[in-house]
Ligand binder design. Structure first.
Ligand code: R5P
Length: 284
């Protein structure tokens, strides 16, 4: 078994290969004169682990090409970040289920699929091969253990993320709660932890994705008004679009941390261990 990756997951793929003791296959990426993507792999194996985050449309095309280039192998496809996965419901007539479209397009030629903290696990049923979702809650817990927090409160941004927050908190036996929104008027919304006061606490907001960071920035300002000592944000996928990182720091967040499912300057913990264990399970 060998590891191969698209350009968007080179660092994570190297970590997976090192952690699993597998060889990594070299791939040359370039473009045709008209801008179309081209790639050429080195010698592949009978069994391959293909790793590619769908960070944008080019990354998706590159992943489709890589899966095709590995067609003769038995492939485990790892999608550390699955872009388009949040478009998993039809809100208006005429809209596609984008998550389904991507899942279907990537399935041919693949025998197992692994996702990481996919936004909604119901998307897994759209793949044409057995698919499993891995969670980095334990890795976030381990990362937080190395931080010097005073009386930390792990806070999920909403009730839907509460279970994720509890998994993170269980790693260190920390207090855990989720934010509750109360509408005060047409324009005014108050956000506060449902059960535990933020007063004098180091609050760590944990979420699967930080995209625009809009809700997080608003929540941070309110947590400081409620007496929080420090507010931090830790997520799995640092999409961080439209200046989100700067926007969050301007709101007073002390630090923003994400994993390497998307390779960012603030990627400070890795999905590699969890992926290696997922590959082991997929082979049995
Ligand atoms: C939503 O359900 C997700 O878990 C994230 O909370 C959301 O995608 C974050 O988006 P943004 O950073 O744009 O507020």
């Amino acid at each position: 078994m060998k590891v191969i990756s698209t350009e968007s997951s080179q660092i994570l793929a190297a970590r997976v290969a090192r952690e699993a003791g597998l060889e990594i296959v070299d791939v040359r990426f370039s473009r045709f004169p008209d801008g179309e993507l081209y790639l050429r792999t080195g010698p592949i194996d009978d069994e391959m682990v293909i790793i590619g985050s769908i960070a944008d449309s080019d990354a998706l095309v590159q992943l489709l090409l890589l899966v095709d280039a590995c067609e003769s192998s038995r492939n485990v496809l790892v999608l550390p970040y699955m872009g388009y996965a949040r478009q998993d419901k039809q809100f208006n007539p005429g809209e596609p289920l984008s998550a389904r479209a991507i899942a279907r397009a990537l399935s041919p030629g693949v025998s197992r699929i692994l996702t990481v903290n996919i936004h909604d696990e119901t998307v897994l049923k759209h793949f044409g091969a057995p698919a499993a979702n891995l969670s980095l809650a334990g890795e976030i817990g381990e990362y937080l253990k190395g931080m010097d927090f005073s009386h930390p409160l792990i806070l999920a941004p909403d009730e839907g993320a509460a279970e994720f927050g509890e998994l993170v908190a269980s790693a260190g036996g920390w207090d855990c709660d989720h934010l509750q929104k109360t509408r005060l008027s047409g324009e005014e919304v108050r956000m506060a932890p449902r059960n535990i006061k933020a007063d004098s606490r180091d609050v760590v907001i944990v979420d699967d994705i930080i995209s625009t960071g809009g809700t997080l920035a608003k929540a941070t300002e309110m947590l400081y008004e409620q007496g929080a000592r420090n507010v931090y944000a830790v997520c799995v996928h640092g999409v961080l679009t439209g200046g989100a990182h700067t926007h969050l720091l301007a709101s007073g967040i002390r630090d923003v941390v994400c994993s390497d499912t998307l390779e960012r300057g603030c990627s400070r913990y890795s999905a590699a261990r969890e992926i290696v264990s997922g590959i082991g399970d997929a082979r049995t």
